[in-house]
Write a protein that binds this ligand. Sequence first.
Ligand SMILES: [Zn+2]
Length: 112
Amino acid sequence: MCFGSVETPIHVLRECPFASKVWDEVFNWCGLKFALNVPIKLFLSSTLQLSVAIELRNALYSISLATLWFIWLARNEHIFGSTRLAVDKVVDLIKFHTFGWLKNRAHLGNLA
Ligand SMILES: [Zn+2]
């Protein structure tokens, strides 16, 4: 999306300045201080090993997957569509969809 580097999956999903800003905003929303400097697969598996309540662990995993998905969608929309989504719009989509998923599908009905 920045056209400044070879578009590898790791660049698109993590290292691109756009993706990096999305991850920073998502981590900030979750109250986490992460430097996403490990392979994405390792990062995802590490979220499932956090010493927190299983509901929170599953929520963080879901949010991480949603972040990857919406960065990918934003990239495709930018390359193949006509819209360039801003970082805050992508973060809003992540928040909106993960909230719905977690509230309705992960039996977290008390989620506010
Ligand atoms: Zn880039």
